[in-house]
Design a protein around this ligand. Structure first.
Ligand SMILES: N=C(N)NCCCC(=O)O
Ligand SMILES: [Zn+2]
Ligand SMILES: [Zn+2]
Length: 348
């Protein structure tokens, strides 16, 4: 990177962080996630410079069954992430100081050939992870979780999966097509990518095609924490049961933004009423701190259906808290939020 520009960035622990919002207005300049450096700006700084955590976009929505637009999702989330600040008090961590985080830009995928697109995502993810970086991918529709699981399972073996979504996404085919946004986790099961002792959907709701959907899903090994379960049990109990189910296995987290109620995330392709709040989702994700998180995706943000960046902002905060869990790393103490350390808040 250009040393003259370093002053414009927050640099802590030798990690190059976001553009400094006190010096450069946060609405100025090109959007990277959280105004972080691009990966190629880091690698330009010398051979030793590499990222521990990489944010990458996949502009792809050829797998959708209803409203399109998720091909624009990654850049929308980047634009909606300009207000994020360097310290995350909810997890008591400065994620961009604890780890080098960078934005790798977008994977150029074929919009006319789904299987070719899946191959390209797998190759790109594998290359980005080659020197140990962990990926947070911004979709794109949910089809892209399959190649991301392929890349992660090749590295770690069959992975535990926490899948935050209104939908099961373990359906078989649509119009005879096997690779769609409603089918990635059935394909992942069939391909042996999943550790079938450690799978759970969270936030499930909405009508199904029939009871066989649930029987198939259970056969693949998934547990289900419905949206209503989150409401009835509360986030702490949900976190406890997810941690028990997964243990210290390599864990992949896939967040379909439609897990949120359409009031919290209207900009998505297949909305369902009765969803979680963004507060509930963020708090459950924070509860994963210290688990062996190996990668994550946040998918199904469709900006043409968004209003006032509601969905983009929710997704940006989800990515930020996932990066925070990754930056803290496996084995990090459960700990608590920074709030209350100075005795200024209640409930900690
Ligand atoms: N993965 C998402 N967002 N939706 C799947 C819905 C599939 C269907 O139309 O039944
Ligand atoms: Zn969904
Ligand atoms: Zn989905």
């Amino acid at each position: 990177m250009n040393p003259e520009r370093e002053i414009e960035r927050v640099i802590e622990n030798d990690n190059v962080g976001p553009v400094n919002a006190a010096l450069v207005p946060r609405y100025a300049g090109p959007a990277t996630f959280a105004r972080l450096p691009r990966l190629d700006e880091l690698t330009g700084a010398g051979a030793e410079a590499k990222a521990d955590i990489v944010v990458v976009g996949v502009p792809f929505d050829t797998g959708v069954s209803y409203r399109p637009g998720a091909r624009f999702g990654a850049n929308h989330v980047r634009e909606s992430s300009r207000l994020l600040r360097p310290f995350n008090p909810a997890q008591n961590v400065s994620p961009f100081a604890a780890a080098q985080v960078a934005d790798a830009g977008d994977v150029a995928v074929n919009p006319f050939d789904i299987e070719a697109a899946l191959g390209t995502v797998d190759e790109a993810a594998t290359a980005l992870m080659a020197d140990g970086a962990r990926l947070v991918t911004i979709g794109g529709d949910h089809t892209i979780a399959l190649p991301l699981l392929r890349a992660n399972a090749r590295r770690h073996g069959p992975v535990a999966l926490l899948h935050f979504d209104a939908h099961l996404d373990t359906w078989d085919t649509y119009f005879g097509a096997a690779y769609t946004h409603g089918t990635p986790f059935r394909r992942a099961f069939e391909e042996g990518l999943l550790d079938t002792d450690a799978l759970c959907h969270v936030g499930t709701r909405g009508p199904l095609y029939g009871t066989a959907d649930l029987a198939d899903d259970a056969r693949f090994g998934f547990g289900i924490v419905t949206s209503t379960d989150v409401f009835r049990l509360g986030v702490d109990a949900v976190v406890t049961l997810l941690r028990e189910r997964v243990g210290d296995r390599p864990l992949y987290v896939s967040v379909d933004i439609d897990v949120l109620d359409p009031a919290h995330a209207p900009g998505t392709g297949t909305p369902e009423a009765g969803g979680m709040t963004s507060r509930e989702l963020l708090e459950i994700l924070r509860g994963l701190r210290g688990m062996n998180l190996i990668g994550a995706d946040v998918v199904e943000v469709s900006p043409p259906y968004d209003h006032a960046e509601l969905t983009g902002i929710a997704a940006a905060h989800v990515v930020y808290d996932l990066i925070s869990v990754l930056a803290l790393g496996a084995g990090a103490a459960p700990g608590g939020p920074a709030y209350g350390e100075a005795g200024t808040t209640y409930g900690n």
